[in-house]
Ligand binder design. Structure first.
Ligand code: GLP
Length: 241
């Protein structure tokens, strides 16, 4: 595992965007596993700048997002589909045919998970961008006694609802369930890029990177992946380095 200590959030974003840009330059038809949440927003801004400067081209890139809330359609501004358009896709030349996000409005959860499993099986992920939830979740793989390898329908943990309510008008509006890529699918990505920023992530980042590998901290499984790059600022790495 490589750990890059960045000065601050902007520096995290700069390094993470450089890594993703290098991936796209070296392999223009890369499959990018993408994440939502507050942390990757700066990374996406930097990628947009690199695209505008002509440094990178997304025309052959495939995007596979980690997760989506259930019950929100893609035009709902709280959906992850909307988030991705608003923070990245609308500003780059990605082909929307190559954009994949679970359908939060799917009526048949099993069929939707099977569909997403097929998407991932057909498009092996070259690099998976990850944030980390306050309880150690990655995607929406929540702490539990068992984790799922493949895409599944998940009940969100109280800590996740609490953390994500800042994006909604109030806590009641936070969806209670979601679709997420499974742990096995994340672990199969060729390379993993984990971004974290701020003192609020210091404890969980330390548990994930240095603590025991446990289903109670899903991100701790990353210790078993052969090619993980962690880009985090000093505040988030305070207890790790
Ligand atoms: C959400 C997403 C996760 C993300 C997490 C952390 O729950 N499903 O993929 O890692 O938020 O978000 P933030 O970066 O805002 O702390």
């Amino acid at each position: 595992m490589k750990i890059y200590k960045a000065r601050d959030y902007d520096h995290v974003s700069q390094i993470a965007a450089n890594i993703l840009a290098a991936q796209i330059i070296l392999k223009p038809d890369s499959v990018l596993g993408l994440a939502t949440g507050g942390t990757p927003v700066g990374t996406y801004k930097q990628l947009i700048e690199k695209y505008k400067n002509g440094d990178i081209c997304f025309s052959q890139v495939t995007a596979i997002n980690l997760d989506e809330y259930c019950g929100l359609d893609s035009d709902n501004d709280q959906s992850y589909a909307y988030f991705m358009r608003d923070n990245l896709f609308n500003y780059i030349n990605i082909n929307f045919y190559y954009v994949n996000i679970p359908n939060g409005m799917a009526k048949d959860a099993k069929a939707e998970c099977e569909r997403y499993n097929e998407v991932i099986a057909k498009n092996p992920i070259d690099i998976q961008l990850l944030g980390i939830g306050p309880n150690g979740h990655i995607g929406f793989n929540e702490p539990a006694s068992e984790l799922s390898a493949t895409s599944h329908h998940v009940e969100l943990a109280p800590a996740t609802i609490e953390a994500n309510k800042r994006f909604f008008e109030n806590e009641e509006q936070v969806p209670r369930t979601a679709y997420t890529m499974g742990m096995g699918q994340i672990m199969h990505a060729q390379k993993i890029l984990l971004v974290a920023s701020g003192a609020g992530k210091a404890d969980i980042l330390c548990q994930a990177l240095k603590g025991p590998i446990t289903t109670r901290v899903p991100a701790s499984f990353l210790q078993m992946h052969g090619d993980v790059v962690v880009v985090a600022d000093e505040a988030a790495l305070r207890k790790v380095l």
